[in-house]
Write a protein that binds this ligand. Structure first.
Ligand code: NAD
Ligand code: DAU
Length: 339
């Protein structure tokens, strides 16, 4: 058996990963360390709660004593660090938690990995660290030019992890994935926000002209890529993980409305996000040469995603009625309709 310390395993990608790995690999035990911020939801892993290969620790990756105890209680073979403050708009409002978790938290996990030794340390970074890409695509050697507090803090954690490979020989691998979509994504992110707003008959708030481009990666493909990288990736290397599916926001929005049989007039063009990156585009040839490519097709996987939110109203309605309501009022209330 291998012990995987998964951090942030109650969030969107982390919970999908925990379910995925426990289903795919019976030789893995997962210890899930999650602070349960607004984005960490135990309901995301309700079906896994009693799995004998799963245990949960509520806590902060920045907590030195707690992380020390986890490492001293059992041999940790692999660390997969998903834990982060992850929403760009929140980082524009207040960056404090981002600097803390996305940099200091990474440092704490690296220090304990140095002290106790691990086989792999996977730092889940993001394509946002490259900043906006005017032309072509960013490969792993492209300069890092993050342009919002979220991506800047992620770039800090990304390079800090690499420095522990160079300086302390910790077997660190950094992954940089593009925009994920799928089930259990907190409804503050564009795709789940737009699906759930549409289901509630509310407007879909498109920032600026809606012509910003993102590359869309299904969350299950992302989990599969991470597993592949744990098994086949080379320590010290960074791997881009792309969905090979670049789309303008406005096209994704129209597609969601089309799937739900709703009219385009539900779209509302509002004031842009400050510092909004116009385009992300990954060159993922390196991972492809190693032997991994995404399998999901965007259109059918988006349909599946819409259906999941349609069938799981209880999951998202509660989130939208509680903490999110205040956040939503604050963040969209002041934005002007520009159409
Ligand atoms: P999320 O916001 O849905 O989940 C984050 C999880 O981390 C939550 O469960 C939260 O409770 C936990 N957490 C936050 N601070 C913590 C702390 N200090 N200690 C312990 N747990 C803490 O995020 P997500 O969308 O699932 O993203 C997961 C990771 O993937 C992040 O590192 C993010 O930067 C990266 N990433 C996300 C995307 C995307 O499209 N969502 C794309 C590329 C990379
Ligand atoms: O690219 C990877 C990143 O993708 C991850 O590192 C981040 O954790 C994740 O949050 C995501 O960042 P984005 O800013 O790209 O995702 P978001 O869903 O917030 O926005 C996607 C696009 O949609 C972006 O161009 C902004 C736009 N948007 C977003 C919201 C929330 C809107 O037009 N209206 C909205 O209400």
């Amino acid at each position: 058996m291998k012990n995987y310390l998964v951090t942030g395993g109650l969030g969107f990608i982390g919970s999908n990963f925990v379910r995925y790995i426990l289903t795919e690999d019976e030789t893995v035990k997962v210890i899930n360390l999650d602070k349960m911020t607004y984005a960490g939801n135990p309901e995301n892993l309700k079906d896994i709660e009693h799995n004998e290969n799963y245990s949960f620790v509520k806590g902060d990756i920045c907590d030195r004593d707690l992380v020390e105890k986890i490492f001293s209680d059992q041999k940790i073979d692999v660390v997969i660090n998903f834990a982060a403050e992850s929403h760009v708009d929140r980082s524009i409002e207040d960056a404090a938690g981002f600097i803390k978790t996305d940099i200091e938290g990474v440092w704490n996990l690296l220090e304990k990995s140095k002290k106790y030794g691990v086989e792999r340390f996977i730092q889940i970074s993001t394509d946002e660290v490259y900043g906006t890409i005017a032309k072509g695509s960013s490969d792993e050697s492209y300069p890092l030019l993050p342009s919002n507090p979220y991506s800047a803090s992620k770039a800090g954690g990304d390079r800090l992890a690499y420095s522990y490979f160079v300086t302390h020989k910790i077997p660190v691998i950094v992954t940089r994935a593009s925009n994920n979509y799928g089930c259990y994504q907190y409804p503050e992110k564009m795709i789940p926000l737009f699906i759930t707003n549409a289901l509630e008959g509310q407007k879909l708030p498109v920032y600026g002209d809606g012509k910003q481009m993102r590359d869309w990666l299904n969350v299950i493909d992302h989990c599969d890529a991470i597993r592949f990288i744990i098994e086949n990736g080379v320590p010290g290397e960074t791997y881009n993980i792309a969905g090979n599916c670049e789309k303008m926001n406005i096209d994704v929005t129209e597609k969601i409305l089309e799937i739900l049989g709703l009219e385009k007039d539900l779209m509302s063009f509002i004031e842009d996000r400050p510092g909004h990156d116009r385009r992300y585009s990954l060159n993922a040839d390196k991972l492809s040469l190693l032997g991994w490519k995404p399998k999901k097709q965007f259109h059918s996987a988006l349909e599946e995603t819409v259906l999941w939110y349609k069938n799981n109203e209880n999951w998202w309605k509660r989130l939208k009625d509680e903490e999110f309501k205040e956040y939503y009022k604050k963040n969209y209330g002041y934005r002007m309709d520009i159409k």
